[in-house]
Design a protein around this ligand. Structure first.
Ligand code: S3P
Length: 186
């Protein structure tokens, strides 16, 4: 079936940012289906291009190398902005906002939505995850609390919109992002 809910983004991406478990991938997939805009899952593309899992990249090359790959991918995406290829949904990795250059790119190239979710919800949603190197620790709560504290100002700087979605299901968040994007690009 044809996508029934297109958004004319004039060649700009809709970008989802937020901590691990906030719902970026699920929301990205559904928005992609609704709008017909292809989904770029940054983690998946990096894994495919490098031929290794994110965990293996962290282990073999280190986190800094992974962060450099994220910047390179954003710069590649930047080149498509304004063309038909630029109309994509981007699901980012949770740490994409760490580097100032990435925050600047995220704000400049598209409509960036920060899915802000509290630590309890993140803990629930990442409980069965074994593919996230930063959560391979017995004290996940401490780590998530620290990341939440440290990254809150960084997401705030990178994003055009903060969506507090701790008390809303991932499913119910989807139309809110869709509507906000329609407004942003109107
Ligand atoms: C990371 C989040 C992960 C992935 C990597 C690092 C982070 O992506 O990019 O494990 O620093 O928060 P998700 O947010 O999609 O889990």
């Amino acid at each position: 079936m044809e996508p029934c809910f297109p958004i004319d983004t004039k060649g700009h991406p809709i970008i989802l940012v937020g901590l691990m478990g906030c719902g970026k991938t699920t929301i990205g997939k559904e928005l992609s289906r609704m709008t017909g805009m292809p989904l770029i899952d940054m983690d998946a593309i990096i894994e495919e291009q490098i031929g290794k899992s994110i965990s293996a990249i962290f282990r073999d090359e280190g986190e800094n190398h992974f962060r450099a790959l994220e910047t390179a991918l954003l710069r590649y995406i930047e080149k498509t902005v304004g063309t038909e290829k630029g109309s994509v949904i981007i699901s980012t990795g949770g740490g994409v906002v760490i580097k100032p250059v990435n925050r600047e790119l995220l704000r400049r190239i598209g409509f960036t939505v920060w899915l802000n979710v509290d630590v309890d919800t993140l803990l629930e949603r990442t409980a069965r995850s074994d593919n996230r190197p930063l959560l391979q620790t017995p004290n996940r709560r401490e780590i998530l609390e620290k990341l939440h504290r440290e990254r809150t100002p960084l997401y705030a700087e990178a994003a055009h919109l903060k969506l507090d979605s701790s008390n809303i299901s991932v499913r119910d968040t989807i139309p809110l992002v869709h509507e906000a994007a329609l407004e942003f690009f109107a």
